[in-house]
Design a protein around this ligand. Structure first.
Ligand code: FAD
Length: 503
């Protein structure tokens, strides 16, 4: 007898809920398993979450959606990386690019050669070896081109989009594939008396929605995973002191930049995310170091144009659930944990949770060994990202406010301390246990935050200096020319995927 699931209930219709609904409706195809999504317009969604990383292209491919249609429908722009201003010192600026810096030479990572030549005063800027770093400040963008051996063949990019339009886009997709949406506020969660498995959720109108697998996409509250299952939340506030955000859209004066901007402020940082029809902005700050009124004044004083809506005030605790999957409840999205949007990773974590769930899709027996594996992988993934985000705060030389002095002096997880020590000693970087961020990302942020290795890989000395310099010089010229040959971001959008209304 088949033990395949017959019903799935998704609780919540924010980005997490609709991404999950869309993906499951695609992979479950013609199966008999029903998918129901319950959401409450009265409660609403967090309404933010606009910047992504390149892995989202994999999600779009899974859904089989047309990229130009997706960009038009969500007022999206293209993103080549994140520019960090004023982080290590006021006045500093660096880009964390998508894609790579140079290419390995004789199996030794490129940056060791760069470090050697920089030490000799022959080279200065690593960003000259990244196409994204060269194209982004010029406002240029193109998708990868079919030109063999050209850097233009390997452009890595992501999107910046309107979060509410994204949820609407996915809702249309999912509903067209038989996902049933139910409007209503859940007031009770009914569990099996012995097993504790969730059997149904009850709405404020008394209706019960039954299911075998429940996916908790209810946001920070964690209606099922926290309140019903009692899975505790582990806070990371010691390492990530920001716990509030103010968000507001504004007019954009010039063409949209193909990157997100993160500017360090007195007690946190401000984001700027250019979309086709507006800029998204927000100040992520620590309530222990600044009053809300001052944060609001700072944000409003640092916008590029007139505001286009009210301020959205958000509170959060950085951290994660002790377990992401408990009995027949899987938490995806904010219900499972939260890392501030400094590296635009939350939507990716949703995507990754969905991918893991598909990989370990349960039968009605809910094998504990699968659940344990899912939890182990999810915890490892979010903790490695956590370390990467902490790096930006810890590796600062700023002493101009109590917030930055705290960050500079705070203790950090051993896993991050080891990464920094390895890089500082000999410039070594390792990507561990399938962690999300590559060596390129760690390199960009380590150097951008002024962590300078004491030495480079010793085998680099086997390469004579002059030919090495000639080779690297040629490489940067090729990259410079490739960047200059790209169309402007604005022209690219106009040609391929401009949204119908630009307001
Ligand atoms: P929510 O959007 O809160 O949705 C919860 C859903 O559950 C809603 O539909 C609600 O109606 C429903 N619900 C709750 N309780 C009930 C109930 N009792 N009955 C019925 N329905 C209920 N991520 C990125 O990747 N990039 C970014 O740039 C980014 N920026 C961010 C900035 C900030 C300040 C914050 C806080 C987050 C940011 N994120 C970002 C994260 C991103 O916004 C979220 O990961 C994403 O929106 C997913 O949210 P969610 O769907 O889990 O929760």
């Amino acid at each position: 007898m088949s033990h395949a699931l017959r019903s799935i209930v998704i609780v919540g219709g924010g980005t997490a809920g609709w991404m999950t609904a869309a993906a499951l409706s695609k992979v479950l195809g013609q199966s008999d398993c029903s998918i129901t999504l319950v959401e409450s317009e009265q409660i609403g969604t967090v309404g933010v979450g606009e910047a992504t990383i390149p892995q989202i292209l994999t999600f779009n491919r899974l859904l089989g959606i047309d990229e130009d249609d997706f960009v038009r429908s969500t007022q999206a722009t293209f993103k080549l990386g994140i520019r960090f201003d004023d982080w290590a010192r006021v006045g500093d600026s660096y880009l964390h690019p998508f894609g790579v810096f140079g290419v390995p030479i004789e199996a030794i990572p490129f940056h060791h050669y760069f470090l050697k030549l920089r030490g000799l005063g022959r080279l200065e800027r690593i960003d000259e070896f990244s196409l994204a770093c060269m194209a982004a400040p010029q406002g240029r963008f193109t998708r990868p081109l079919d030109i063999p051996n050209s850097p233009l063949a390997q452009i890595a990019y992501a999107f910046q989009f309107d979060a509410s339009l994204y949820a609407r886009f996915l809702r249309r997709y999912a509903e067209a594939r038989r996902v049933q949406r139910i409007e209503g506020r859940i007031t009770h969660v009914h569990q099996h008396a012995e097993s504790g498995f969730v059997e149904s959720v009850e709405l404020d109108n008394g209706r019960r929605v039954e299911g075998e697998l429940f996916i908790d996409c209810s946001g920070f509250r964690g209606l099922l995973i926290g309140e019903a299952m009692g899975v505790a939340y582990r806070s990371w506030s010691h390492w990530l002191p920001c716990d509030r955000a103010l968000a507001v859209p504004c007019q954009r004066p010039g063409p949209p930049e193909p990157f997100t901007c993160a500017t360090a402020r007195t007690a946190g940082w401000q984001w700027r995310i250019p979309l086709q029809h507006r800029n998204g902005n927000g100040y992520v700050y620590s309530s222990g170091f600044i009053e809300e009124a001052e944060a609001e004044t700072t944000l409003l004083a640092n916008l590029d144009g007139a505001t286009l809506g009210p301020l959205n005030r958000l509170r959060f605790t950085p951290g994660r659930r002790e377990r992401f999957w408990e009995r027949n409840v899987v938490a995806i999205g904010l219900s499972s944990g939260f890392l501030e949007p400094l590296e635009s990773t939350s939507i990716h974590l949703i995507q990754s949770g969905i991918a893991k769930l598909i990989g370990m899709f349960p039968g009605r027996d809910f094998a504990q060994v699968d659940i344990d594996k899912y939890n182990q992988q999810s915890i490892n993934e979010i903790e490695r990202i956590r370390d990467f985000v902490i790096l930006h705060y810890k590796a600062t030389e700023r002493e101009d406010s109590p917030f930055w002095r705290y960050c500079n002096a705070m203790s950090i997880p051993d896993s991050l301390a080891e990464k920094i020590a390895l890089f500082r000693a000999n410039g070594r970087l390792y990507r561990e246990h399938d962690e999300l961020f590559s060596e390129t990302s760690w390199l960009a942020v380590m150097l951008g935050q002024r962590i300078v290795p004491d030495a480079y890989h010793p085998l680099v000395d086997g390469y004579p200096i002059e030919p090495l310099f000639q080779y690297l010089d040629q490489t940067r010229q090729v990259i410079r020319r490739a960047a200059a040959a790209m169309p402007t971001h604005e022209a690219f959008i106009r040609q391929h995927c401009q949204a119908a209304t630009n307001h």
